[in-house]
Design a binder for this molecule. Structure first.
Ligand code: SF4
Ligand code: SF4
Length: 257
């Protein structure tokens, strides 16, 4: 088991993952019906979660070209947005390729494996309760907590000790029994009193509530949805800095570049 675990982790890191962690499927007890690893892959034993870092320099791109001689002021946001999406899509695609490579490697050793999309696909959206249509078969954030990569912060994002919320995530379920990593016990989010910066996006967040999984206690602020005018600059009066304020403002891992 140890040898195979090392091989899988080395493969992920050699192919460009910045972080890799493993969760055993028993850590997903209480997952919603239809979304437990064993619901998605019969015989599942482990979940491999990888992360790639997202540069703060890209999050700072809302300062680009605000006095451009070329781009009309009401179109600068659209151009800035391409910086964010380029990074978002590149990281997602890179991790999806790593997930497919790991799945090939494991499947060739008779361990059927299931890689997922890294996220970012807007699908569905017909439900009155969830008009945004961002369903997914599997939650990378929850899997990342179970795999010891980090915790969910008040901003509802996965915070890693190394890069804070400046990461993208990807998960692969496998029938291979791998060595699970320990869940991170230390608190990573600085909390409302010591920090609370993300909560200044006040229409995005509601009441703070306690959340626990894998024996780890976390505090999250109820997510009210991504308010387009708030930090996305479709409104030139948008009050918050950063094109994705809740990622860009978080001090955890901010100095990682
Ligand atoms: S990206 Fe901006 S608008 Fe969306 S949740 Fe984060 S702070 Fe709110
Ligand atoms: S901005 Fe502060 S309070 Fe919000 S998630 Fe980051 S550390 Fe936690």
């Amino acid at each position: 088991m140890q040898n195979l675990t090392e091989q899988v982790k080395n493969l992920a890191l050699e192919k460009g993952a910045h972080l890799v962690g493993i969760a055993s499927v028993d850590r997903f007890e209480g997952a919603p019906r239809g979304h437990h690893p064993e619901d998605l892959l019969p015989g599942a034993k482990s979940v491999i979660v990888i992360a790639k870092r997202f540069f703060q320099t890209i999050l700072d791109s809302d300062k680009f070209c605000t006095d451009s001689e070329v781009i009309p002021p009401d179109e600068v946001w659209d151009v800035q947005q391409t910086m964010f999406m380029f990074m978002y899509n590149t990281l997602n695609m890179h991790m999806q390729l790593i997930g497919v490579e790991m799945s090939h490697f494991l499947s060739e050793q008779d361990y059927p494996s299931l890689p997922f999309p890294a996220g970012g696909y807007t699908v569905g959206g017909k439900s009155a309760n969830f008009p945004g249509g961002r369903y997914a078969f599997f939650s990378h954030r929850h899997a990342a907590v179970a795999a010891g990569l980090g915790e969910m912060g008040l901003n509802n994002l996965l915070l890693t000790p190394q890069y804070g919320p400046r990461i993208r995530l990807h998960s692969t379920i496998t029938t291979a029994e791998l060595m699970p990593d320990p869940v991170i016990e230390e608190q990573i989010c600085l909390g409302e009193e010591e920090c609370g910066l993300c909560l200044k996006a006040e229409t995005c967040y509601g009441e703070i509530y306690a959340f626990e999984m894998c024996g780890k206690k976390m505090q999250l602020a109820e997510f009210q949805g991504c308010q387009k005018d708030l930090c996305k600059r479709s409104n030139p009066e948008a009050p918050l800095p950063y094109i994705r304020y809740c990622i860009g403002v978080c001090p955890v891992g901010k100095n990682s570049g």
